[in-house]
Design a protein around this ligand. Structure first.
Ligand code: NDP
Length: 503
């Protein structure tokens, strides 16, 4: 019966009488501007796309929860971590980094691993990757780095020269390059990979004592990766394979899970650590700082609408809760600005009002008002200035994180600790990888690096050689480079090497 059917309306609720025939002057005549339903429908369609994320454009998301399994109250007063057995709702978004929104899930790329915990003290976002390190450690380099991973400005093509030119001129990237070109650079699905904070963060307890921490979400599905050939095939056969896999697994009731391991250092340990513990190009060796398991994350619900929840989800490493704060990691400091900024551009200044981004277990109360797309009550008639004597919200000194001392000169300066950019990449190659991992790594690199100019190949081969002599030899062999030349370049300073391999 007609009355039981859902009624089609305009965006303002007026019933629509016909959704198949445009209003025209005569049956063959021109369309009329009075067809407001047509105008609204076309105008809205014209505006369906919002700016694509400049990085992490292609992604998939799901809802779930985090459960505490170990008492960590001596390290942090974060309420969502305050009791064994406590569960907190969360939303996660996995992604590739460099590709566009329609790119293939099987691309060689780090995978984003961004979690929004809806805690009673506000939303806490942990915006990490499936790799424990990163290519660069200073935010000034970030836009340049990302340009090299995307398209050549002239040809609009991916460009091996840009890609390897930058990396070979930025030797701090070697650790992450080694992870990326291992088969971990093409995880089988989002379910079969780990997630890392990569950055160091600060945890502090009720007594104001603080600790430096790193997060490792370890997949309970087991690590599984694609080989280069499998990834190439999947890119053609099912470019959305990881998105599909996550969705289907959750629909089947096969809920993916990760256990959360933490590495925790006291400030005293950090001050004496063998390298800068805030340097994101390095891991804290497990032998130095043993990880402890503190919780478990389970994903158990798909989003009902991709655009509303996954596309509009906006994460920021600056979203902390009492008990957790930033570290001096310089790359993190840059990200504290950049994420909110990009969301304001992509979604508007009131993007925190979008349901997936709104705190669900905490109340928001402050003096920020208005702006485009202000879609809640805008705090009605309550005071919009502070201080006020009309009962407006008050700051809570308990929410401050403990101070820590800094000294030195205001200047542009590199990381202060003596750095060895090559040792950990070498350790990964020598000590962690199996023979077959190493074979795949060499094949994955040489089939990509062979597309760059010879001088760039030589410069990059020297970087691999500095990580491990055998690693460098095998790359040189695979690219048919003169190994003596690679060794000569490896013995030079970075400045000399740059000069020796200039155009
Ligand atoms: P361990 O020797 O105790 O453990 C090796 C780690 O390497 C494991 O966590 C393993 O992860 C991970 N791993 C294995 N294959 C790869 C790969 N292809 N890419 C990235 N990680 C991989 O670690 P150490 O602390 O002694 O460090 C040795 C080297 O291990 C480091 O130089 C670093 O490259 C790598 N590593 C260290 C991590 C850390 O936080 N200390 C984290 C990840 C890597 P899993 O157990 O999940 O298989």
């Amino acid at each position: 019966m007609a009355d039981d059917k859902k009624k089609l309306t305009t965006n303002f609720g007026k019933p629509v009488e016909d959704d198949q025939n445009t209003v025209t002057a005569g049956s063959t005549g021109p369309a009329l501007i009075q067809d407001i339903h047509l105008l609204e429908k076309l105008a809205h369609f014209d505006r369906e796309r919002i700016p694509e994320r400049v990085v992490h454009a292609k992604g998939a998301g799901a809802h779930g929860y985090f459960e505490v399994t170990e008492d960590v109250t001596k390290y942090t007063k974060a309420k969502f971590l305050s009791k064994v057995g406590k569960r907190t709702d969360l939303f996660i978004r996995f992604s590739t980094v460099g590709g566009e929104k329609g790119s293939a899930d099987a691309e060689r790329d780090p995978r984003g691993f961004a979690i929004k915990f809806y805690t009673e003290d506000g939303n806490y976002d942990l915006v990490g990757n499936n790799t424990p390190v990163f290519f660069i450690r200073d935010p000034l380099k970030f836009p340049d780095f990302i340009h090299t991973q995307k398209r050549n400005p002239g040809t609009n093509l991916k460009d091996a020269d840009m890609f390897w030119d930058f990396l070979s001129l930025t030797p701090e990237s070697i650790h992450q390059v080694t992870v990326l070109f291992s088969d971990r650079g093409t995880p089988k699905t989002f379910r079969h990979m780990n997630g890392y904070s990569s950055h160091t963060f600060k945890w502090y307890n009720n007594k104001g004592k603080y600790f430096w921490v790193q997060y490792h979400f370890k997949t309970e599905q087991g690590i599984q990766n694609l080989t280069r050939d499998e990834a190439t095939r999947l890119k053609g056969e099912d470019p959305d394979h990881a998105t599909r896999d996550l969705y289907d697994a959750i629909e089947r009731g096969e809920f993916p899970s990760w256990k959360l391991e933490m590495q925790i250092m006291t400030p005293e340990q950090a001050a004496k650590y063998r390298f800068d513990p805030f340097d994101i190009t390095k891991v804290w060796f497990h032998g130095d700082v043993a990880p402890i398991t503190i919780g478990r994350m389970v994903l158990n619900r798909n989003s009902a609408n991709y655009f509303a929840e996954v596309e509009q989800a906006a994460f920021s490493p600056a979203n902390f809760v009492p008990g957790i704060a930033a570290s001096p990691d310089k790359l993190l400091q840059g990200r504290l600005f950049s994420y909110h900024d990009t969301h304001r551009h992509r979604l508007g200044p009131n993007y925190h009002l979008i349901p997936v981004n709104r705190p669900k277990a905490a109340t928001v109360d402050n003096y920020q008002r208005d702006g485009s797309m202000q879609v809640d009550g805008n705090f009605g008639g309550s005071p919009n200035y502070y201080p006020n004597s009309f009962g407006g919200p008050q700051p809570n000194p308990d929410a401050s994180d403990p101070a820590f001392g800094v000294s030195g000169e205001v200047a542009r300066q590199p990381y202060a600790h003596p750095n060895d950019d090559f040792f950990q990449a070498g350790e990964l190659y020598r000590r962690v990888m199996t023979d077959s991992d190493r074979d795949h790594l060499i094949g994955n690199i040489t089939t990509h690096l062979c597309n760059a100019q010879k001088r760039i190949q030589l410069r990059q081969a020297a970087i691999f050689y500095k990580a491990d002599a055998e690693y460098g030899h095998r790359i040189a062999e695979g690219l048919r480079l003169d190994i003596k030349e690679v060794e000569r370049l490896a013995a030079m300073s970075q400045e000399e090497r740059t000069k020796a391999t200039a155009q």
